[in-house]
Design a protein around this ligand. Structure first.
Ligand code: CMP
Length: 140
C-alpha cells in the first residue's frame, strides 16, 4: 500500500445540515488524515471548471448550479490507498445504491445531493487538489 492524497468535498446539502463534523469523523475513523481543509463558496463558473469532465452530461448544469448554491468544505485526505479508501467509505454515487454504513448511504439525500465528492484516480486527485489548494496549505 502506498500513501496517497485525495480531494474530498463536503457538499452544500451536508453543510446546510451541519453534519461536516460527523462526516469528518468517518474519514478519521477510516485512518484518513485531513491535512488541509477550508469552507468556501464557489461561483457557478468555478463549479463548471471543476466539473468540466462532465460537461456533456445531462446533469451538468444542475450539478454546477447546486455546487455553487451554498458553502462547501474542500479538504485533502492523506492515507494508505487514500483514493480507493475514500471511495469505499463514501459509497456509490447514488445514496440509494450505496452500501450500508457508507457516508452517502447515511447522509446523502439524492444522486445530486449526495453529501460528498471524492477524486476517482490518483491523477485526478492531483489535478483536483491543485484546483483548490497551494502546496503550503497541505500540512501532513
Ligand atoms: P460527484 O462524485 O461529485 O461527481 C459528479 C456528480 O454529479 C456526482 O457526484 C453527483 O452528485 C452528480 N450527479 C447528478 N446526477 C448524476 C447522475 N445521473 N449520475 C452521476 N452523477 C450525477
Amino acid at each position: 500500500m502506498s500513501e496517497q492524497k485525495t480531494l474530498s468535498i463536503i457538499k452544500p446539502d451536508a453543510t446546510a445540515r451541519n453534519i461536516t463534523g460527523s462526516i469528518n469523523a468517518r474519514f478519521e475513523q477510516a485512518g484518513l488524515r485531513i491535512i488541509a481543509q477550508k469552507r468556501i463558496s464557489i461561483s457557478k463558473e468555478q463549479a463548471e471548471k471543476f466539473y468540466e469532465i462532465h460537461q456533456d452530461k445531462a446533469f451538468y448544469d444542475s450539478l454546477c448550479e447546486y455546487m455553487s448554491s451554498g458553502p462547501i468544505v474542500v479538504q485533502v485526505l492523506l492515507g494508505n490507498d487514500a483514493v480507493a479508501k475514500n471511495r469505499e467509505i463514501m459509497g456509490a454515487t447514488n445514496p440509494a445504491n450505496a452500501a450500508i454504513g457508507t457516508i452517502r448511504r447515511d447522509f446523502g439525500e439524492s444522486i445530486e445531493h449526495n453529501a460528498v465528492h471524492g477524486s476517482d484516480s490518483e491523477e485526478n486527485a492531483a489535478t483536483e487538489i491543485a484546483f483548490f489548494f497551494s502546496g503550503i496549505e497541505l500540512v501532513g
